[in-house]
Design a protein around this ligand. Structure first.
Ligand SMILES: Cc1ncc(COP(=O)(O)O)c(C=O)c1O
Length: 404
């Protein structure tokens, strides 16, 4: 058999260059432009200098003891073998019911909900399931750091739109201008990390006007669904059937039950999208750990555990803001998530990374410089502080900030 191989000049140069680098034992990273994520970096710096860590977004308090007991019970009772591919049916049934009660959308628990290893895996797998080489994915910055690498690893092209600097609202005209015939997906996130903004109905209208009558898929990261403040409701995509029908909606048990280390989350999508998701999921994790699914399934009956979260975290936000009164930091409006942005432009015009390092080393308080959430390292002179911590830690953290 004769194969005809068409080799262009550029491809030939590429192949020769790659072989040359391999021969020299070069390590070619798939993600050459990302170093270690800023979260562990700031946590390591906080540990090294004994600083209060308001950097990484994990709760500084334990989970509900009933939930912990349920895990021990199911492990002891021997629920330790593979779970079904999409997760325990009993858990998926409860989640379908929860979404129907809260947002009114009906997912079929048999084939439209999948339990994942945290929201992070749900995000990666959704992207890997539908993005092919050259497909464009619109990402709204400052963005949570796992979206863009997932797009790049799957040979997609990230197209960024930036939130307005004044109030971190979405510049919908800009988003609209970035849509092209190659746009395959838009990633949205409300309540938004790191800005703490929460969508209102006009955001939903703008999104609808962009995607309806196109084939664009929405990836809606809703991991902070239960953390909104001052009476603001969470505008889940699942409240809007015409959007839900083209969306992956993604949630995190880690965020809801203060167990980020368990790496548990879930994704919901109409069957056609979910089939594509499962096609990849089965070879990425196969199925998520079994006893924790049993425990969460039992615990989901306790509705207060998630319905009381708004008030719980609102009290924490208000406590932290009270402690900061009189300091030179200016708080930005935080309507959701457990992150407070503080503007430091009254204090210095230093780069946010340098200032965050200096705060950690010299003043004993670690935060996240938000330039790390922008591909072009936009400097807003703003740092992110996580207030999902015990009050004494928040108080001590605020004392450090008063020293500037
Ligand atoms: C916006 C956002 N999405 C996704 C995640 C990841 O969630 P998980 O820990 O469940 O993977 C986080 C975690 O901080 C987040 O802030």
């Amino acid at each position: 058999m004769i194969f005809k191989i068409k080799i262009t000049f550029t491809n030939l140069i590429k192949v020769l260059l790659i072989n040359y680098l391999r021969n020299l034992n070069f390590i070619i990273m798939k993600l050459p432009n990302v170093g270690t994520s800023i979260f562990p970096v700031m946590t390591a710096l906080a540990n090294k200098h004994g600083a209060i860590n308001l950097a990484q977004g994990f709760p500084g308090f334990g989970a509900n003891s009933n939930l912990l007991d349920l895990v021990s019970k199911h492990i002891t009772e021997g629920k330790n073998q593979y779970a079904p591919l999409l997760g325990l049916l009993s858990l998926r049934e409860k989640l379908a019911e929860k979404i129907s009660d809260l947002y009114g959308f009906e997912y079929n628990p048999e084939n439209e909900i999948c339990i994942t290893a945290g929201a992070t895996q749900a995000i990666y797998t959704s992207i890997s399931a539908i993005i092919y080489e050259g497909d464009e994915v619109i990402i709204i910055e400052p963005a949570y750091d796992c979206y863009e690498p997932a797009v790049v690893l799957n040979m997609g092209v990230p197209i960024r739109s930036q939130l307005k600097q004044c109030d971190y609202s979405i510049d919908w005209e800009d988003v609209k201008g970035k849509v092209s015939e190659r746009t395959k997906m838009i990633v949205v996130n409300s309540p938004q990390n790191p800005s703490g903004t929460v969508w209102n109905s006009s955001d939903i209208q703008s999104l609808k006007s962009i995607v309806l009558n196109t084939n664009i898929v929405i990836l809606s990261d809703e991991v902070y669904e239960h953390i909104t403040y001052d009476g603001k409701r969470h505008e889940s995509i699942c409240r809007y059937p015409e959007l839900a029908e083209r969306s992956f909606t993604i949630y995190s048990f880690g965020k809801t039950y203060h167990v980020t280390g368990w790496r548990m989350g879930y994704v919901c999508a109409p069957k056609e999208l979910m089939d594509k998701f499962v096609n990849c999921h089965q070879f990425q994790v196969y199925a998520v750990n079994t006893p924790f699914q049993y425990a969460i399934s039992d615990f989901t009956d306790n509705k207060d555990a998630y319905l009381e979260l708004n008030q719980f975290f609102q009290d924490k936000r208000d406590f932290f803001l009270d402690c900061l009164k009189g300091s030179r930091f200016q708080p930005k409006k935080c309507s959701g998530t457990y992150f407070q942005l503080l503007d430091y432009s009254n204090i210095t015009n230093e780069d946010d990374k340098d200032f965050a390092n200096r705060l950690t080393i010299d003043y004993g308080i670690a935060s996240i410089p938000i330039s790390g959430f922008f591909h072009n390292k936009r400097q807003d002179q703003v740092l992110r502080f996580c207030f999902a911590k015990n009050n004494d830690e928040l108080e001590k953290g605020a004392e450090c900030l008063h020293k500037l």
